[in-house]
Design a protein around this ligand. Structure first.
Ligand SMILES: Cc1cc2nc3c(=O)[nH]c(=O)nc-3n(C[C@H](O)[C@H](O)[C@H](O)COP(=O)(O)OP(=O)(O)OC[C@H]3O[C@@H](n4cnc5c(N)ncnc54)[C@H](O)[C@@H]3O)c2cc1C
Length: 397
């Protein structure tokens, strides 16, 4: 199947998912072509908060640490509620903050250095399944043995497979702006869960600016642009003085079967974004690497049409966690539990520690849910039985 104009793996999209797939496929000895409609460095609306889980994925997949010149580091965090400061604390690790323009360009350079061929400024017009061939805008054709769709939230590959990528009313939509106020290392980031329904606002420190944005579900009855203006005012910024841009984020929906036969979906194209934190970069890199591993396996067995069956089990943990977070976000965002959530953000060390574990990738949401249930049961048992306090403390431990 791999003709002279063909590649073992063709990857559509050169974001973190695409570059991770490319590097992993090259490590497995496959020939790789990465195609992107944009020319890099290209803009991409994103908070570009690089969590510890993302930092681990960078080390494991790319064998790399972020270059200092594109990075600001900080351990400091704060929770706000519609402008009110609820709590401020230090995380036991550093978040890294960057710009996607620089970050993605750097990653694509690593993919190129690993031997991937890269075609920028190239748009794919057609996917011909029966011939395992892509047709470019100018009519040129390229063959693939396995095709990886790393082409983002509006994924043309997902449209090709399922008729549409996502329902834009039920996934997330975000507004974001760069406020030209350069920050230093250890500047505090803040998250405001009270400024918007079913989402949050963020203010991330960057080397040359502050990145401020809000995210929520588009279909809700709220004027998200007006919310963005209010949030900017809370953060001391005149909304009329900055340029605000918007983008979709597959926040809360994902593909249960991210692919078909020898065509696989990764990252945003598969909807792999945490529905509470909005983190997608780690899952993009992890799923990109898993897709390339699956491709290498089935190509080695000369059974490329079983790529989906090799890939799905590798992302089953990611999907189980996304299913769980979709349920748990009702606690964070549902109107009945909001007062309790606000109080916990202000006071609960347990909640903070759970969040640390999630962004580090050390605990799944299922683990967190189990712990919450155990805690609630112990509390209820204590109330019902009026155990002596000392016994109760022992049960809690
Ligand atoms: C406002 C906002 C803030 C966010 N903040 C964070 C954050 O702080 N931390 C975090 O972890 N996540 C964040 N996310 C989520 C994160 O941006 C995504 O999850 C991540 O970019 C997914 O990477 P990807 O490689 O799958 O897709 P993308 O990064 O979107 O890359 C897709 C690539 O495909 C290319 N492409 C699209 N169509 C075609 C086509 N037809 N032909 C060729 N190429 C094509 C695009 O040009 C693009 O380069 C945020 C998202 C938004 C919208």
């Amino acid at each position: 199947m791999n003709s002279s104009q063909g590649f073992d793996v063709v990857i559509l999209g050169a974001g973190p998912a695409g570059s991770a797939a490319a590097v992993t496929a090259r490590k497995a000895g496959l020939s790789v072509l990465v195609i992107d409609k944009a020319v890099f460095p290209r803009p991409k609306l994103c908070g570009a908060g690089i969590t510890p889980r993302s930092q681990t994925a960078l080390a494991e997949i790319f064998g790399a640490e972020m270059p200092e010149e594109i990075t600001l580091q900080s351990t400091k965090m704060g929770f706000h509620w519609d402008g009110e400061v609820l709590s401020e604390f230090d995380q036991p690790f550093a978040f890294k903050y960057t710009y996607r323009t620089r970050f993605d360009h750097w990653l694509l350079g690593l993919a190129r250095a690993a031997g991937a061929e890269v075609r920028e400024g190239t748009r794919v017009e057609e996917i011909l399944d029966a011939e395992n061939t892509l047709v470019f805008a100018g009519g040129e054709r390229v063959g693939y043995t396995v095709l990886i769709g790393a082409d983002g939230v509006a994924s043309p590959v997902a449209k090709h497979l399922f008729g549409k990528a996502f329902d834009t009313e039920t996934i997330g939509f975000a507004y974001e702006t760069e406020v030209p106020l350069p920050c230093a290392d250890d500047t505090r980031m803040s998250i405001d869960f009270g400024v918007v329904k079913w989402g949050y606002g963020w203010n991330f420190p960057k080397n040359d600016s502050q990145t401020i944005g809000v995210v929520s579900i588009r279909g809700l009855d709220q004027d998200l642009r007006a919310v963005m203006h209010r949030y900017l005012e809370h953060e001391g910024v005149d909304p009329e003085s900055v340029s605000i841009k918007g983008a979709h984020i597959p926040f809360g929906d994902y593909k249960e079967k991210p692919g078909r036969g020898n065509i696989l979906l990764v990252g945003d194209a598969a909807g792999f974004v945490d529905a509470i934190t909005g983190e997608g970069i780690a899952l993009a890199m992890e799923s990109g690497a898993h897709a390339a591993t699956a491709a290498a396996r089935v190509i080695g067995e000369a059974r490329p049409h079983r790529a989906d069956r090799a890939y799905f089990p590798l992302v089953a943990d990611i999907q189980a966690d996304l299913a769980k977070v979709r349920k748990l976000r009702v606690i964070a965002y549902g109107s009945k539990t909001r007062p309790m959530f606000k109080e916990k953000l202000a006071t609960s060390v347990r909640l903070r520690e759970a969040l640390f574990e999630v962004v580090r990738g050390d605990a799944s949401y299922a683990d967190i849910e189990k712990r919450m249930a155990k805690h609630a049961m112990v509390k209820m048992a204590l109330k019902l039985s009026s155990w002596p306090a000392a016994l109760g403390r022992r049960a809690k431990g």
